[in-house]
Ligand binder design. Structure first.
Ligand SMILES: [Zn+2]
Length: 166
């Protein structure tokens, strides 16, 4: 091997402040980074894949969902992760973009709300002792999914709150 770049990275083992599942869409990457900083999430295990929360809520195939669950499991096991942020975003190509909702941003947001809650429920049903926070990323900022309190408390998952509004 030949060294092509010098940079000093912290070599110590770490406990992750959070695992973050989000889409690889470049347009939202800066907002997500800044939001994490604002949330004082410094050490994040980033799970960046096409669709973000979609891979759990409405995966294209079983492999996709299993793979992402395994990534979260690894973050919990290796880095003692207690907090998982799940995100989806406006105009995501994996949903057919805003065009799929005929340009109706409210319809899009409603749909994503259901997706994010479903992704969150899946996580809380698989992993005990984590808090799950669903967020919808728009081009003007990041929106917390309301009435997701059932997801926030550590497992065993309280099904009631989240189910009512899903
Ligand atoms: Zn996307």
């Amino acid at each position: 091997m030949r060294k092509v770049f010098h940079f000093d990275s912290p070599p110590e083992p770490y406990v992750a402040d959070a695992a973050v599942l989000c889409c690889f869409d470049y347009r939202i990457s800066r907002a997500v980074r800044k939001f994490l900083k604002k949330q004082a999430i410094e050490r994040a295990d980033m799970i960046v894949v096409a669709g973000g929360a979609k891979t759990l809520a409405s995966p294209r195939n079983d492999f996709e969902q299993d793979f992402i669950l395994e990534q979260v499991r690894m973050s919990i096991r290796l880095h003692q992760t207690k907090r998982v942020l799940v995100m989806s975003h406006s105009d995501c190509a994996t949903y057919g973009g805003l065009a799929h909702f005929k340009g109706d941003r409210n319809a899009e947001a409603d749909h994503h709300r259901g997706e994010l809650l479903r992704a969150g429920e899946l996580l809380t049903s698989h992993f005990s002792g984590i808090s799950v926070e669903p967020y919808f990323v728009k081009f003007d900022g990041i929106w917390e999914v309301r009435n997701a309190d059932g997801l926030k408390s550590a497992a065993p998952a309280k099904q009631t709150g989240a189910r009512e509004i899903a």
